[in-house]
Design a protein. Sequence first.
Length: 272
Amino acid sequence: MPKRVSTVLGREFGESVRAVIAPTGLKESELARRLGWDPPKLSDFVNGKGGVSLEEFTYLLGVCQVPPGEVQHLTELYLESRKKGWLQLYDSVLPPHVRTLIEHERIAKEIVHWSSLYLPGLLQIEPYARAVAEDSPFIKAEDVPQMVAARMERRTIVAGHRKFVFYVYEPVLYSVVGCSDVMRDQLHELLRMLVRPYISLRVLPAGRALTGDFTLLKFEKYEPVVYQGSLNSALFLDDKASMALYQDVVKAMDRMALSAEESRELITSIVS
């Protein structure tokens, strides 16, 4: 039997299936018995690896007594979950795709991020994040606290059980966000963070940017994923061609960027 591969959309769909199962109070082993499935089959399904036909999925929904309206929604999501990649479009600049990104950051073993406009969100201090939000013509003043709170909450994933590699475009270090005091404090925070052995920051010289911002996430159990966010959309890529392309981009940036030590020295020279 071919190995089942988990996709971004499949894992998101798996979360919806868990939400359907939870009200029943059944353990997965008991539900699998009632469905006539092997327990690993149900486990694979809720982990986004597929392996279940539409008829079998409909039977699962029946056993869990899911309301008809929810059945239609989940069936549509089931059909989408069989695809590679996931483009999410929203009516707001405060989209729910952040949840999907945070979940994947939480389980990643390595996070590689390229920043060409601002300093990486995972390294931003609160005044810097607030200034970014307040300066945006697309974020309403009443939405700024929510945006900043979400950014600060994401910083909690920066811990030593995973590796972080940040590539930052050199002009970003000189672009004052908020005021000079905010920028100075933010650069000092970068230097403090870079003491941690699991964080690496490399500066890409001006004029050497290769592409727009993206995040490459690597996992123990899943294939890599690339995330790209914009004002009202999110794109998650997990197909082999895209992964090969973005991994080549990372290799190219690794060749062109200043070393970690040279990058620290540059930041130090800016704030001194």
